[in-house]
Design a protein around this ligand. Sequence first.
Ligand SMILES: [Zn+2]
Ligand SMILES: [Zn+2]
Length: 379
Amino acid sequence: MLHGTRFVHSALWSKAYDRRYSLGGAAAAFNNNSTFAATAATARFGGPVGKAAVGFLVLGTAAAVSSGSGISGISGRVAPFCSTRGRSSATNTTTTAANTDSPASSHPSSSSSRGVSPSPSPMAMEVVRVPCLADNYVWLLREPSSGRTAVVDPAELHPVVSELERRGWSLDTILNTHHHWDHVGANEHLKRRFPGLQVVGPRADKDRIPGIDVQVGDGDSWQFGSLEVRVFDTPGHTRGHITFWVPQAGALFPGDTLFALGCGRLFEGSPRQMWSSLSKLLPLPDDTRVYCAHEYTAANARFAVTVDPTNTHLAERKARVDEARAKGEATVPSLLGEEKATNPFLRPGDSAIRQQMGMGPEAEDWQVFAAVRAAKDRF
Ligand SMILES: [Zn+2]
Ligand SMILES: [Zn+2]
């Protein structure tokens, strides 16, 4: 009954948001040839290999290599309710979450890394992108030494299970960043499919996470095989939103808090709260890969250049993003360093952005962030 209540609640929420933010169809233009920006890659077949599985692990400086598997289980359902607009995503792709270049683009150096984590080691964790719905990215995580496998924000059952089966993997954990249905939609189905599977989610939103087993919050850490997964409370998009960080793998899973060149809409939080949440992520190393939950980058780039028109790094990144999207390629993950250098939602202290927003040096960072967020909402 409790679960039923939760689902009714979710359905009501999604109806409300669908009215406001329906995509008006979920046409997808996928390109099966999604090898992108890959420098010379050394790859090996990894893990238990199921039928037709091609478990690439990308080593060294390689960016990313397409699994070449095509798309599984694309849904034509209504827009995910975090969406305001959307395009397609790209094919499933495997990367290691290691200290490598961004698969989507090269990145300018940022001056703001304060390096609070140990150096990420290669091969620490395998990450597989599973496109779901219109523009969601669900992430499969594999810790090779233990064989433990997790999924971040499973929107749908079928694409996740298809990818697991293709690789011969089982699933032991769901990591949920927040309660929106396009992030928890497959929780209960996956729990039935994989007995013993545990759902790890935000303590602050435990009543809205279907099937939650392990509640985590700010400062907590959770062990994933040999890897420590650290948790930040990052409210703003929703009041209970959390972000997962795997420092040994240099991987960040910010859900709908931080996007490539953007940030989540403020459905349940204030601009000040969201700025505080984003500020927790800024000290993380520049080479942290940002595995956000949606392919919104092209639309975000169109907005970003209007508030930061003189940023040459941003202009170059926009060109790369537009080129990638024209070919149906994914632009996620990005590197935190390039977000610090080009994402206007992380740059409220920048004098050019302040000037563009008509704000001076006396404004607080959160006030500039609020102005940029409000401008995006109107864009
Ligand atoms: Zn979302
Ligand atoms: Zn959301």
